[in-house]
Write a protein that binds this ligand. Structure first.
Ligand SMILES: Cc1cc2nc3c(=O)[nH]c(=O)nc-3n(C[C@H](O)[C@H](O)[C@H](O)COP(=O)(O)OP(=O)(O)OC[C@H]3O[C@@H](n4cnc5c(N)ncnc54)[C@H](O)[C@@H]3O)c2cc1C
Length: 378
């Protein structure tokens, strides 16, 4: 990849600009910085040394180049084609956090929300505990009006500090912004570099228990160590996304059970169970068909690892529409195979044969869980 400019070139362009003290990264994979752990590369990324350094950087980026600010990447989906322009990473960079003389907490854009929650509790302040549950930075929380457990970021904002492309910094009151549910609009061409928050006075350490509870609840329901999209739904006005998903009957596709045996038993009387079974068969068929096409055929298909080895009807629903690629089942042998012993279920002479290989599902699940927790690739 060709780099359009280097740090030294920028400095020349900036005339009297001092040497930038931050770090440039070129063609940097954004998947390292977003909770989805997916997406293309940033043409250029920059980790500023501090606010002043950030000012010099934004001033040096040519006007036609895009600038994007990224915090902890917990609300960002980066396209596979990557990001043009300069991506500025605030997390671990703009990290000053302090209690001001007027009792407000000032936090720079890269400070993790959880850190403010803990800091405010240590300072004997109450109300900021909810921030412990948001896996983002101050900049991201200000941009998104992040919130949970009945509280939202902007409820506590007394002022924000911003920077524009000319590197000019301003302190703005909340009145300069229109704030709604997960939506903040303000003066264009400015980014947040710090927030000032006023929490209620309380006793030092009071909120510790609340934070612990919040984190335990999150830990039980959200595997933040794993690639994670968080809650992709936005609550519509006057309602809750979770309630609507549940009401649609599509929660976990069926909302009934994850056990195919149970879904099969209920699909006659319940459309949601039928839909879930159909989707399951369709997905497996799609993958099998794609593999057969890419491999230009195969010797055999094995039903194992919890995918249909106990269920003749699932196997025939998966394989039936794949006869065109040479995969045909022997109806009698398929019906007899219940996953108790390895057996062949392919039709005699079929170019792609089929077998049932019973497997120890508990061991497979335990192995997968251990692999996920250790972060090892599959
Ligand atoms: C497991 C999980 C749980 C979540 N739970 C919640 C929740 O309970 N409540 C909730 O509200 N959200 C939740 N989220 C979403 C996310 O954590 C929040 O939106 C958070 O505020 C994003 O912060 P960030 O630093 O990661 O921002 P990023 O994802 O890095 O950025 C988000 C947006 O903000 C912009 N931005 C970032 N920094 C700045 C800045 N300094 N100035 C201007 N714009 C900036 C980015 O350009 C981008 O448009 C969750 C996400 C995950 C993955």
């Amino acid at each position: 990849m060709r780099h359009d400019y280097r740090m030294s070139e920028m400095d020349l362009g900036g005339g009297a600009a001092p040497v930038l003290r931050g770090r440039f990264l070129y063609n940097e994979p954004m998947k390292k910085y977003v909770s989805w752990r997916a997406g293309g590369a940033a043409q250029r990324a920059y980790i500023p040394a501090d606010l002043e350094d950030l000012g010099w950087l934004v001033r040096s980026v040519p006007a036609h180049e895009d600038i994007h600010l990224v915090g902890l990447g917990s609300n960002l989906l980066v396209r596979d084609g990557g990001v043009r322009g300069t991506v500025i990473m605030t997390s671990g960079a703009l990290g000053e956090l302090s209690l001001q003389g007027d009792g407000t907490v000032r936090a720079e854009a890269g400070v993790a929300c959880a850190k403010i929650a803990r800091f405010s509790v240590q300072q004997g302040l109450q109300g900021g505990e909810f921030l412990a549950g948001i896996p983002g930075t101050v900049g991201g929380a200000l941009a998104m009006n992040a919130g949970c457990h009945g509280s939202e970021t902007w409820q506590f904002v007394t002022a924000v500090e911003t920077i524009d492309r000319a590197g000019e910094r301003r302190i703005r009151p909340p009145q300069d912004f229109s704030v709604a549910y997960r939506k903040v609009a303000g003066p264009s061409g400015e980014w947040f570099v710090a927030g000032h928050f006023r929490f209620r006075p309380g006793q030092a350490g009071d909120g510790k228990g609340v934070i612990k509870q919040l984190l335990a609840k999150r830990g039980a329901s959200q595997p933040t160590q794993l690639p994670n999209a968080g809650s992709v739904f936005k609550n519509p006005a006057g309602d809750f996304a979770a309630r609507l998903v549940e009401a649609s009957g599509l929660k976990g596709v069926s909302g009934l059970s994850n056990d195919l045996r149970e879904l099969l038993a209920r699909e006659g009387e319940d459309g949601r169970a039928r839909l879930a079974v159909e989707l399951f068969c369709y997905r497996v068929r799609k993958y099998v068909g794609a593999y057969l096409a890419v491999l230009e055929g195969a010797d055999a298909l094995l039903f194992a690892g919890g995918v249909g080895e106990h269920l003749p009807s699932i196997r025939s629903r998966i394989c039936g529409p794949l006869a065109w690629c040479g995969l045909r089942l022997d109806a009698t042998r398929n019906e007899a195979a219940r996953g108790e012993a390895p057996c062949s279920i392919g039709a005699p002479g079929a170019p792609v044969q089929a077998f049932v290989i019973p497997s120890d599902e508990e061991r497979i699940i335990a192995w997968d869980t251990a692999r996920c927790l250790s972060g090892r690739p599959g």
